[in-house]
Design a protein around this ligand. Structure first.
Ligand code: HEM
Length: 498
């Protein structure tokens, strides 16, 4: 078996973009050629549209950080998501975006992470019970379980109630169908199919989701005082919906309208569970595929539990997670190899240059973490799984000066600059909790009969699930083995830093 974990190998170079679009109807990876992983900037013209793929780190920073006003989100981002998320933060630009961002940032303050921790714990405990029940039945579908646990986390943290019943299952299945269709609609738009027809095609799956979320918000907004998740005598919001309702623009004092809340919560459901499910599914695959990494992570978890007060079989606490530097490196390396949002699109508002290539006004500029994070000029052995790349400031770790440089300049799973994901620390906390509790209780083994088939649509997912086998471990039978203690650099512990 090759030491590289699976990935869809890019096709040989073809200048025929129509053929690439045909491949792209199934998965965005179909658009890519081998060549794209070697060049700084790629440019082509197709049906009157200028398309650029930007890989060179200084040009990427130009688009996403230093000249960000010249490269707003492309209008395709808005219309492809509009039936589902309306005019929520992700796809709008300018003053409309800035106001929403001020409110969302308030709702995602670091203190909020500690407040939602019990809700995350509840969802993870429910997931462990489900896994326990499946262990003796042969291989499990880790992708399905990660989708369920992340959906449960987002429902509990936004609405303070668990995900239950057929109604909720139906809602999350509709999300999955929406994202499958959205990827296809984007390719069809390149072929100039009318926007209204494509939006109607997407809307059928969006309507039940929006109605379900609107009903939950209306219940909260009309609940008599004292029946909200925030009783009158409690000054702090207890869930994200309360935090969004309470958020106020410091300049104008305005908050979200009722319709604005529906848009925002629809987006947070999508962003909060699809991305984390994608990353966690791939992390479980990697742990099964690389037993030595799994062993080291487990050793770190047991050492942290042993080094702090409390019984060693207690659940992992908020502070424990902050000690898992190797765990954070494993998750970062998973995000490098399998970035859940594998491409972003922007529109240039100026005639300019990007790394020496001409970028005309109105060009569609693509930045792809998938390409940049596997680019052979940015990373040594770009397709290999080596979590220690991210222990960059740790003496004695097998990382090169190049790794140190690129871990900062060519790593953008959460985006960069002012539009960087405000949910990054939330996602990191959730992922570490899920993975640490998983390796503590089970040994994850690969299923030799199964290979995930990756497709990139709105997010990166495996078309045929991720099958692994689990073997139960005893929580008390092992003493904490010696794990090398490492302190991760601060930027890595707090991925929200620009
Ligand atoms: C591993 C998990 C996640 C990944 C990889 C991820 C990735 C991203 C990326 C790449 C962007 C920016 C895209 C661009 O610049 O075009 C983004 C934006 C955003 N994400 Fe996340 N995300 C994750 C989890 C979450 C979670 C859990 C939440 C909330 C619960 C969240 C909320 C948001 C929001 C609100 C934005 C819009 C920011 C803006 O436009 O100003 N994300 N995310």
């Amino acid at each position: 078996m090759s030491d590289e974990p699976i990935y869809p190998h890019p096709e040989p170079y073809t200048p025929n973009f129509l053929r690439r679009i045909r491949r792209g109807l199934y998965s965005w990876f179909g658009l890519l050629n081998e060549w794209d992983f070697r060049i700084p900037v790629g440019a082509l013209r197709f049906m009157g549209l200028n398309l650029l793929l930007v890989n060179e780190p200084t040009a990427v920073r130009q688009v996403m950080v230093s000249a960000v006003e010249d490269f707003p989100k492309h209008p395709y981002t808005l219309w492809i998501l509009e039936p589902l998320i309306g005019r929520a933060i992700f796809s709008v630009n300018g003053a409309e975006w800035a106001q929403q961002r001020r409110l969302v940032d308030q709702a995602f303050q670091v203190a909020q992470l500690q407040r939602v921790y019990p809700q995350m714990e509840g969802a993870v405990a429910a997931s462990l019970v489900r896994l326990e029940a499946q262990v003796d039945e042969g291989p499990i579908d880790a992708d399905a379980e990660m989708t369920l646990v992340t959906a449960d986390v987002i429902v509990r943290t936004i609405l303070s109630r668990p995900l239950e019943g057929e109604e909720a299952e139906a809602i999350f299945a509709a999300f999955a169908r929406y994202q499958k269709r959205a990827g296809r609609a984007l390719m069809l738009r390149f072929l100039r199919l009318p926007r209204q027809r494509l939006q109607a095609y997407l809307a059928t799956h969006a309507t039940p989701i929006r109605a379900w979320i609107a009903a939950a918000i209306d219940r909260r907004l009309t609940a008599p005082a004292g029946q909200n998740a925030t009783p009158n005598d409690t000054p702090s919001p207890t869930d994200l919906l309360d935090a969004l309702i309470a958020a106020r623009d410091p300049d104008t004092g305005e908050g979200f309208s009722r319709d604005g809340l529906v848009d925002q919560v629809c987006f947070l459901f999508l962003a909060g569970h699809e991305t984390s499910a994608s990353a966690l599914g791939m992390a479980v695959y990697l742990l099964g595929r690389f037993p030595e990494v799994q062993q080291r992570l487990r050793a770190e978890v047991l050492q942290v539990l042993g080094s702090r007060a409390g019984a060693p079989d207690r659940p992992l606490g908020f502070e424990d997670l902050r000690q898992l530097s190797y765990g954070a490196a494993v998750f970062n390396e998973t995000l490098r190899l399998y970035p859940p949002v594998s491409f972003f699109i922007r529109e240039s508002q100026v005639d300019t240059e990007l790394a020496g290539s001409r970028c005309p006004m109105r060009a569609l500029v693509t930045l792809s973490p998938w390409v940049i994070q596997r680019h052979d000029q940015h990373w040594s052995e770009p397709n290999a799984f080596r979590p220690e790349r991210f222990l960059t400031d740790t003496p004695g770790e097998a990382n090169s000066p190049d790794d140190r440089r690129w871990a900062r300049d060519a790593f953008l799973p959460y985006g960069l600059g002012p539009r960087k994901c405000p949910g990054a620390a939330f996602a990191q906390q959730e992922a570490l909790l899920v993975l640490a509790e998983l390796v503590r209780r089970f040994e994850v083994l690969p299923d030799p009969e199964h290979e995930p088939e990756l497709v990139a649509r709105l997010t990166l997912r495996s078309r045929n699930g991720i099958r692994v086998r689990l073997v139960r471990r005893s929580l008390r039978s092992e003493l904490a083995p010696e794990a090398p203690r490492v302190d991760a650099p601060e930027w890595q512990q707090n991925p929200v830093q620009p």
